[in-house]
Design a protein around this ligand. Structure first.
Ligand SMILES: Cc1cc2nc3c(=O)[nH]c(=O)nc-3n(C[C@H](O)[C@H](O)[C@H](O)COP(=O)(O)OP(=O)(O)OC[C@H]3O[C@@H](n4cnc5c(N)ncnc54)[C@H](O)[C@@H]3O)c2cc1C
Length: 337
């Protein structure tokens, strides 16, 4: 009924920033929030729908309602307006982990990139260019007309505070959620479930602490030895920050205890690996849009300074790459001026 009301009716988003939870309750139902949107938000942002800003976290849905008064009609129009052949999204990974990508970039760039080097300080010189003090590469500093900051907000905030102190308070006010990744291996014969799919996400109302599990060895070859399976489970996120303070053994037994009944697992894991990411994902919480606008306002006073990263226009790797390419283009245009 709520879907029909959206398709045939007309609604107007509030002028003020609205949380994802408030949006779903206003347009649809509590049940949709618990069963579908909440778990989806965990999967993308490890976020809390009560705190995430609808217009910052899901700008296309916000714009769809604003333009046409309907999410469904707005999204259909957006899909039609996209030119060129429609690409089906595919799942991709690197056999030896994401580091493969970074190594390939470093190899391709050769000596023009300084790896294992940290930016320590930045100064503006009299001619408007920047001097960046370095640690690690043997070079003490480099001078540049343009500088792109691609580090997380805490690092970028501290560095930019040397140019204008308000950068630090604005950038560090972006909250991050901690995420724990627990990888458990099992003998295939000990897992009752067929694992024929992607995995599952867990509604918070279930009382479980796991956010979701990806059936890694079903998705990608070479993820587990013959006769074994690898299950990657996420715990923590913005709705359960204390999970990241547990010990590794506690986390792997918690995950085994919780996913065991869901997947009919009959024996203990044969392999376990726990990684805690204390600042895993930036949260596009209420007020995020205003924070970014204030940061952009500050940045405008320093021609040649650019920002990119997962706290700006989407946390997925694809969004980060798109953003980085757009910033590189801006820099190219600026240097050609
Ligand atoms: C557990 C987990 C699972 C995820 N799964 C997926 C997924 O399946 N699909 C997906 O699309 N996205 C996923 N993401 C999100 C995605 O991986 C990140 O949002 C994205 O990689 C962030 O890219 P970034 O360039 O903004 O930041 P980062 O990749 O964090 O890069 C920042 C860089 O800045 C460097 N740096 C820091 N300080 C300095 C300094 N002083 N000087 C110089 N350099 C510095 C760091 O070394 C780092 O290399 C996941 C994230 C997490 C935490």
């Amino acid at each position: 009924w709520a879907l029909l009301r959206d398709i045939f009716g007309k609604s107007v988003p509030p002028d003020t920033d609205e949380s994802v939870a408030a949006f779903v309750r206003r347009k649809f139902s509590d049940q949709l929030l618990d069963r579908l949107v909440g778990p989806f938000v965990s999967g993308v942002y490890a976020g809390d729908p009560e705190k995430l800003s609808m217009r910052s976290a899901f700008p296309q849905l916000h714009e769809a309602e604003k333009a046409l008064g309907s999410i469904v009609r707005g999204m259909l129009r957006l899909a039609k307006s996209k030119k060129g052949p429609r690409e089906r999204p595919t799942l991709n990974t690197f056999r030896d982990g994401n580091e493969t990508f970074v190594r390939a970039l470093a190899n391709q760039l050769g000596s023009s990139v300084l790896t294992k080097t940290s930016a320590m300080n930045i100064y503006r010189q009299n001619d408007g260019s920047f001097q960046v003090a370095l640690d690690g590469s043997g070079n003490e500093s480099i001078s540049a007309k343009s500088v792109i900051f691609a580090a997380p907000t805490d690092v970028t905030g501290k560095l930019l505070a040397q140019l204008n102190p308000s950068f630090e308070s604005l950038l560090t006010s972006v909250e991050y959620a901690a995420v724990v990744v627990v990888s458990l291996g099992y003998r295939k014969i000990d897992v009752g479930h067929r694992l024929d799919g992607f995995g599952f996400l867990v509604p918070r109302s279930s009382g479980l602490r796991v956010l979701g599990t990806v059936w890694n060895s079903s998705l990608f070859p070479g993820r587990a030895p013959e006769g074994q399976v690898l299950l990657t489970t996420f715990v923590g996120g913005a709705t359960d920050p204390s999970a990241a303070t547990l010990k590794s053994e506690e986390l792997s037994s918690l995950v085994h205890r919780e996913i065991g009944p869901v997947l009919s697992i009959k024996a203990s894991p044969t392999f376990s690996n726990v990684t805690i990411w204390p600042r895993a994902l930036p949260q596009y919480n209420l007020g995020h849009g205003e924070r970014l606008a204030a940061i952009a306002g500050n940045l405008a006073r320093f021609p040649g300074l650019f920002l990119t990263g997962n706290y700006l226009r989407g946390p997925a790797i694809g969004s980060c790459v798109e953003q980085a390419l757009a910033v590189a283009e801006e820099v190219r245009m600026q240097l050609e001026r």
